[in-house]
Design a protein around this ligand. Structure first.
Ligand SMILES: *Cc1c(COP(=O)(O)O)cnc(C)c1O
Length: 397
């Protein structure tokens, strides 16, 4: 992160870090819609290409708008370097391609994003990188899964959709004691609520598509960490292989970062209110939200996170049929699998995000047929309650 911003608080960094004002004196960050850059002379071109002179060459390598987003997110996560990517999956892929080789081994939480499992098992697996999956909160299982070839531990906390937590400090100690790196997917919390690098994680990955954008507009991602691994290795992979972020998307995400903490505070407040309300509804047998004292890891959530996030899951009595009735009974909330949007969304996990798992795998992962996930947006919370009430009223008592 640029030292210039170390003295400033989170919100000031979110609004201002990374922008190097051009000679035009603009107040809002410009979009540099250019694929290449012009050199003053043949000698300068040669010096840029050889690396003797720093500066832009081509937007697969660097772009000023993308760099502004990277420097701002690095300042928010407290990392030395950030590399922006075309999507969240490109961030995870780039991290693995840069830091692993054939024969290496990953230990990954069982409760990670579905495409992450596909990437690790079906794609990296073909290139000789094996992955072992462990229950998120089982420290002994993590320890037992680490072998001599393990290079990387990968975790998402809180998990989707059951909001289980991993203790980042404990996992970082375990990883470092065994010569491994800890990578945390910080998509659900964002740096406004949780900064994994401060808890000892080595690398943070993001799907910027979610809360960093916050308004459901663009797909993007990022990797944050130290100058050597991220600034050099991950950047080196991206510069060659090309899953880079477009300047337009970087600009949208920059604007998203400016309001990140305010939006997260509003998501959290409404999620807390909805979760408490859901606990009192007779059609609901269980609510999963780290802010509830009934959540088994409520104390860890208080220590590790500044607030409890915008994702609430709950079990509807009556299985799939009842859960679908709730979904179809709403008229305001969007029926979609996306999250991190100003618009509240509702998802029936067993038939969408987790539909490709077998019934047994779903049962193992705790995904019941009546489970619904609500990604709480920024609408009036009373309207959200009324909408869910309309849905719940469709379930026979
Ligand atoms: C959406 C998501 C991803 C993948 O991000 P894309 O931007 O869709 O590629 C990775 N991890 C988590 C936790 C996600 O929610």
């Amino acid at each position: 992160m640029s030292h210039e911003f170390e003295e400033y608080g989170f919100d000031t960094r979110a609004v201002r870090a990374g922008h190097q004002r051009s000679l035009e004196g603009e107040n809002s960050e410009p979009i540099f819609a250019t694929s290449s850059y012009v050199f003053g002379s043949a000698q300068e071109a040669a010096a840029r290409f050889s690396g003797a002179q720093p500066g832009n060459i081509y937007s697969r390598f660097t772009n000023p708008t993308v760099r502004t987003f990277q420097d701002r997110l690095a300042a928010l996560e407290g990392g030395e370097a950030c590399v922006a990517t075309a999507s969240g999956m490109a961030a995870i892929l780039s991290t693995c391609m840069a830091l692993l080789k054939a024969g290496d081994h990953i230990v990954c939480s069982r409760s990670v994003f579905g495409s992450t499992v596909q990437l690790f098992s079906n794609i990296l697996g073909r290139f000789g990188i094996a992955t072992t999956y462990v229950p998120l909160g089982d420290a002994d299982a993590w320890g037992a899964a680490i072998g001599p070839k393990t290079r990387l531990l990968f975790v998402e906390t809180p998990s989707n959709p059951l909001t289980e937590l991993a203790d980042i400090n404990a996992l970082a100690r375990l990883a470092h004691g065994r010569g491994c790196l800890l990578v945390v997917d910080n998509c659900f919390c964002t740096p406004a609520l949780q900064r994994p690098l401060e808890h000892g994680a080595d690398i943070v990955v993001h799907s910027a598509t979610k809360y960093l954008d916050g308004q459901g507009r663009c797909v993007g991602g990022a990797v944050v960490g130290d100058a050597e691994r991220v600034g050099k290795e991950v950047f080196g992979f991206l510069r060659t292989a090309g899953p880079t972020m477009s300047p337009f998307n970087a600009w949208v995400f920059l604007k998203g970062l400016e309001t990140l903490r305010l939006r997260m505070a509003a998501h959290c407040a409404s999620a807390m209110a909805l979760a408490s309300w859901l606990e009192d509804q007779p059609q609901v047998s269980r609510v999963y939200y780290p802010g509830l004292t009934s959540h088994p890891q409520h104390e860890l959530a208080r220590r590790q996170q500044a607030d409890f996030g915008g994702i609430v899951a709950f079990d509807v009595r009556g299985g799939r049929e009842a859960a679908w009735r709730v979904v179809d009974g709403t008229r305001l909330i969007s029926i979609t699998a996306n999250l991190g949007d100003a618009k509240t969304t509702i998802t029936h996990a067993a038939t969408t995000t987790h539909g490709r798992l077998t019934a047994e795998q779903r049962a193992d992962a705790g995904i019941g047929d009546g489970l619904l996930r609500v990604a709480v947006g920024l609408e009036d919370v009373e309207d959200l309650k009324a909408d869910l009430y309309r849905g719940l009223a469709q379930v026979p008592g």
